[in-house]
Design a protein around this ligand. Structure first.
Ligand SMILES: Cc1cc2nc3c(=O)[nH]c(=O)nc-3n(C[C@H](O)[C@H](O)[C@H](O)COP(=O)(O)O)c2cc1C
Length: 209
């Protein structure tokens, strides 16, 4: 009888245990990534407190010239897209997911600019963070994008998700893969951080002031 009471108390305490706080940083141009992020956030919401934060450029570049500029930035090693900055309480989060489209075999320039400006936040967490990476693409480049982001942030992703444009026409498949990503990420242990092999851009900028 006493053992039964102890088991019930342990289960009750378990259900009251704090949910992990997850931050999803995403960028999108034609809403493919937003669609996937919504699915992942919905799935994560069952076991985590989720904050979804859109990363946007502060300038819009419409038309063919804007497209050409976007291609130019996509090939730049360190694109510097002006960003709309909104404050984030970084040290609240146990897990951070980055999500964006693939542009020229890398994450889009807006997301890469954001990571370049904020990489110190990823390394500066009071505890090790668990990282998830999501990409939507026509068909190739996500692997290279994950590797570049991983090298930049000196963090290995605990879980990744790639959705091709063709799969977006099959919502049930996207939902299934999003749920799988969410449950794997929550269950995964945090990989050891990688060695930092470069000087953060923010440090370089301050040194040159
Ligand atoms: C400038 C540009 C470059 C792109 N480069 C690639 C690429 O290298 N590989 C690929 O598979 N898809 C590429 N795409 C397609 C996008 O990755 C794909 O449409 C993605 O799902 C768009 O997501 P979004 O709607 O969230 O912006 C490119 C799209 C654009 C606009």
């Amino acid at each position: 009888m006493r053992i039964h009471l102890l088991v019930i108390a342990a289960l009750a305490l378990g259900s009251l245990a704090a949910k992990p706080d997850v931050l999803i940083l995403y960028t999108t141009r034609t809403n493919h990534t937003r669609t996937v992020v919504e699915q992942v956030a919905g799935a994560l919401g069952e076991s985590a407190a989720v904050t979804v934060h859109g990363v946007h450029s502060s300038v819009t570049r419409p038309g063919i010239l804007g497209y050409a500029k976007g291609i130019f930035q996509a090939f730049a090693k360190e694109p510097l897209v002006p960003l709309q900055e909104e404050p984030i309480s970084w040290d609240r989060y146990d897990t951070v997911i980055i999500a964006g489209p693939i542009h020229c075999w890398n994450y889009s320039p807006v997301l890469r600019s954001y990571l370049l400006h904020h990489e110190a936040k990823f390394g500066g967490f009071p505890r090790k963070i668990k990282m998830g990476m999501i990409a939507t693409q026509g068909g190739s480049g996500a692997g290279k994008a994950f590797k570049s982001a991983s090298d930049l942030l000196a963090l290995q992703p605990a879980e990744t998700l790639v959705i091709n444009e063709s799969q977006l026409k099959r919502p049930a498949e996207v939902q299934f893969l999003s749920r799988q990503f969410a449950s794997n990420l929550i269950a995964a242990s945090t990989p050891a951080p990688l060695e930092v092999t470069h000087t953060p851009l923010t440090t370089l900028m301050h040194e040159n002031l």
